[in-house]
Design a protein around this ligand. Sequence first.
Ligand SMILES: Cc1cc2nc3c(=O)[nH]c(=O)nc-3n(C[C@H](O)[C@H](O)[C@H](O)COP(=O)(O)O)c2cc1C
Length: 180
Amino acid sequence: MKVIAIVGSIRKNSYNLQLAKHVQKRYAEQFEVEILDLAPLPMYNQDIELDAPQEVLDFKAKVKEADAVLWITPEYNSSIPGVLGNAIDWLSRVDRVMNGKPSIIMGSSMGILGSVKAQMHLRDILFAVGLNSPVLGGNEVYVGAVHEKFDAEGNLTDEKTIDFLDGVIENFQDSMKRYV
Ligand SMILES: Cc1cc2nc3c(=O)[nH]c(=O)nc-3n(C[C@H](O)[C@H](O)[C@H](O)COP(=O)(O)O)c2cc1C
């Protein structure tokens, strides 16, 4: 199984990127995770969507080939960050590569709520007609106070979070049996 991870932060030391790397490493024997970089994506513009830049075509092709998408996002101003919204806008148009493709959502923030509002909005967005992605339910991952849960080398050190993620990933793999 091949999973694409889309991280809603493009900063180098992003905690959400660190969370994506934790998933990539810890479950490497169960499935492959490729983390896509959103930084090279130009701003979505309907004028160019039929003749989209190569960066967009490459990004969409990776998503199209994947069995599932893992969204890992921080919360910006009580919603999803602009870079994530921009990527979603590209994915939602022309060939609609998310159509029917399963998603799982995770997120973290330094506050105690762990990006809950951003994730609520993201779930709603994934139900839009241009996305139409079935989102894994019953397994919500809100990593609050994230700066206390990773060490200086970017390793997740909080045992409770590690164990909780193990359970979520088991449920995710179980749910994927109907797709792959
Ligand atoms: C523009 C901006 C808006 C933010 N708004 C929120 C917010 O609404 N809720 C929240 O919990 N954290 C908010 N934060 C703090 C982020 O959760 C925190 O910076 C987090 O570490 C960003 O994720 P990253 O480490 O993956 O880049 C905001 C940060 C920025 C830069």
